[in-house]
Design a protein around this ligand. Sequence first.
Ligand code: FRU
Length: 460
Amino acid sequence: MSTNGIRNFRPELHYTPESNWINDPNGLVYENGNYHLFAQYNPDAAHWGPMHWAHAVSRDLIHWQHLPIALYPDELGTIFSGSAVYDSKHTSGFGKDGKAPIVAVFTHHHHEEGTDHAQDYEQQSIAWSTDGVHFEKYEGNPVLPSRARDFRDPKVFRNTVKNCWGLVLAAGDRVHFYASKDLKNWEKTGEFGPEGNYSQGVWECPDLFPLEVNGETRWVLLVSMGRNEENHGARTQYFIGSFDGDTFTCDGRFTEPEFIDCGFDNYAGVTFDNASERILIGWGINWVYANESPTGEYCGDMTLPRTLSLVDTPKGGLRLAGASKADAFFGEGVACDGTLPGEVFKLTVTGEGPCTVALQNDAGQQFLFGVNEQNEAFIDRRAAGAKDFSEVFASDWYSVISAPRFYDGAWKLELTFDHSIAELFLDNGTRIFTQVVYPDTPYTAVTASGNAGILVHTLK
Ligand code: FRU
């Protein structure tokens, strides 16, 4: 249980609930200057439980205002993950007095008390709001009835090929695609998987969206792979390919999974509907130890929002890259004198060849990252702070991670640190590592080996 807060680990730039448990980001949607963030939420405890949708809004994606719970469980079940769209063309008929609605599409998870979970089932339902705060559930729910156990996490997207709404959801070891004109009536159009599914089990929280690269449109499919013994924990895969309006086809062959983040603390990430850029937020911790994390009255955080793009790299071909939305909140970098300015900062480290950067505290703990002899980026939290709260968290598998660079020669590492979560962007975001760390005392010093220069940025 995360009721044993060791000290205040609450991040400032990353969204956290005021109290109790959150997991997946849900319903990410932009309308009229507001970014809406909903989250899987248990209002009664700092561990997973009956799911509601928490709700917050922001005008800049970094400062969030908490709003009342948007969706409560009802007779169809608890409220699992899903998405939201801004129905500006009034296709759903839920608009009122000329005001276009936000329409949320979510999973009703049904569990009968006293039965085992093998009998659970999941169906898709909708709700709408015209004031951006209060949501009303549709009387025709569920809009996608089912008795399947793993059939969830609907993500509505704009099907620009057929000029209608598209929906992708996780159906066991694959994803299904649907189309609709009005967000109420859905017709199945295709499937993708299980080829390419490295979860050895269920996929969760898919998303599908187009990105432009080299003058063409490619479609990117995200799928979060559920945790199991084989894959050692939950991470988010991505595929680049095409979408013909019905289904997604991946470019090339499946060799090994590509992850949107090499770290272990970015799961169930999805993107905003209706925003001018393709912006992703993920759950900033991992299922395999989240319930034990030592953060006290709250448990779970969101990653920094990041803008996604496709980049043609010299050694890795087309790759999904990310740029942190928090960058705009940090000032110009100044040459670092070896000390760190508090618990929120950004470091830009440039160099060539192997280099280890170490953040250190008075307790003799250190958090390491850099580039190794094999031209791989790495991050290492083995000695970074508290880890006894979870055997899994303390294991090497989850603590030291490396991934080959897609470039040779000079490199740039950008690390955003926020109390207990670090996001490392390498080579303009073509490799990203998100890892949580719980140092017993704040890191106060930084050193870098090898041929490197460190700039430190503080909040503006
Ligand atoms: C992913 C997930 C979803 C589900 C939700 C339940 O983290 O397992 O598939 O809808 O969490 O809270």
